[in-house]
Design a protein around this ligand. Structure first.
Ligand code: S3P
Length: 193
């Protein structure tokens, strides 16, 4: 309950996204809840839910770790841009994106054109606790995943900032509070006044 007050006060800052496509896009590092939040928010808004990672897996016909293993990160990123371009051509969607989507120069203007962009932010320590038991993220298959998270996060923060219309720090929010904040932001930003 306590978390709701900061979320509500943040809503005063929401700008509308009238000239852009009618989509809500969630960006942020691995483990920030983009997929879980995206699914719930899509239901609340009556939007379609799409997840760029899931679309990549469908296109490639194999899992993300297998794409990285067989074809390398470059091929994964090429598929990611292709999928993002396809999503950007449609409307009425909540689009959850992979954590590294902002690292490709071409993707950042595409994200902004695609709709209203919310950055789900979290500190490295919180991210590590959330992802440590999951083996689906090849970039974290390193000797010291916590250190890898810190380095990757440092290198990406400015890129998330560049793309985001709005930022929500999720560290101390429950999933329900984050969903509430995202849904209300999206309503203010995307619905006609
Ligand atoms: C990646 C994040 C993953 C997935 C891939 C690469 C990244 O998505 O796209 O493993 O570079 O941060 P999530 O952010 O949904 O875990």
């Amino acid at each position: 309950m306590l978390g709701k007050r900061p979320v509500l006060s943040m809503l005063a800052e929401v700008n509308t996204a009238s000239e852009r496509s009618h989509n809500l896009i969630l960006i942020g590092f691995m483990g920030t809840g983009k997929t879980t939040v995206g699914k719930r928010v899509a239901r609340s808004l009556g939007f379609r839910f799409v997840d760029t990672d899931a679309l990549i897996v469908k296109k490639a016909g194999k899992s993300i770790p297998k794409i990285f293993e067989d074809d390398g990160e470059t091929e994964f990123r090429a598929l990611e841009t292709k999928v993002l371009r396809e999503c950007a051509g449609k409307t009425g969607q909540v689009i959850s994106t992979g954590g590294g989507i902002v690292t490709i120069d071409e993707n950042r203007p595409l994200l902004k054109e695609a709709g209203y962009v919310i950055w789900l932010k979290a500190e490295a320590e919180v991210i590590y606790e959330r992802v440590r038991r999951n083996r689906e993220r090849p970039l974290l298959h390193t000797a010291n995943p916590e250190e890898t998270i810190k380095k990757l996060l440092d290198s990406r923060v400015s890129l998330y900032k560049e793309c985001a219309d709005f930022t929500i720090a999720t560290d101390n929010l429950t999933m329900e509070e984050t969903c509430f904040g995202v849904t209300e932001c999206a309503r203010l930003a995307l619905e006609p006044t």
